[in-house]
Design a protein around this ligand. Structure first.
Ligand SMILES: [Zn+2]
Ligand SMILES: [Zn+2]
Length: 146
């Protein structure tokens, strides 16, 4: 193992009852502007980091983790004590989205924006703005102007 793959980033919920650890490097990171992310996060955008599911571990408070499943491809996890959000499993894509704010020591380096057609908050940072999702994740792959 080199230094990169052995990196471990710690995080958790708002109250600290649930502690998570994420190891290695994410497959992708960026911002999602979709209605679901905005509603669930109660924020104008969701800063996402996508990891192989086995890279994400609940190391403390596993019995305090709730799951909400509105659709088959999103299992949303939160702390049942404080209501703080933790991560979302996307089994259809084979990745787990750990919200960047949940792992504060992780060096978040966004590479793209997704679902920009649904944006309420334009972010003119020069990064690609995907209309929906990249083609390899089942989207159109169309890039929109900022
Ligand atoms: Zn909590
Ligand atoms: Zn989203």
């Amino acid at each position: 193992m080199n230094a990169k793959t052995s990196s471990i980033y710690h995080g958790g919920c708002f109250c600290g009852a649930v502690h998570i650890a994420v190891s290695g490097e994410p497959a992708a990171m960026g911002f999602c502007h979709c209605d679901s992310c905005r509603s669930w996060s109660a924020a104008p955008v969701n800063a996402f980091t996508l990891w192989p599911p086995q890279a994400v571990k609940v190391v403390e408070g596993a019995d305090q983790v709730g799951t909400f499943k509105k659709t088959a491809n999103s299992l949303r996890k939160w702390c049942i004590v404080c209501g703080g959000h933790l991560f979302t499993e996307h089994p259809g894509w084979g990745v787990t989205d750990v919200y960047a704010a949940t792992i504060p020591t992780f060096p978040f380096k966004p590479a793209l924006h997704v679902n920009y057609q649904e944006t309420k908050t334009r972010m003119r940072d020069g990064l690609p703005k995907m209309k929906d999702m990249p083609a390899e994740m089942g989207g159109s792959g169309t890039v929109l102007p900022e």
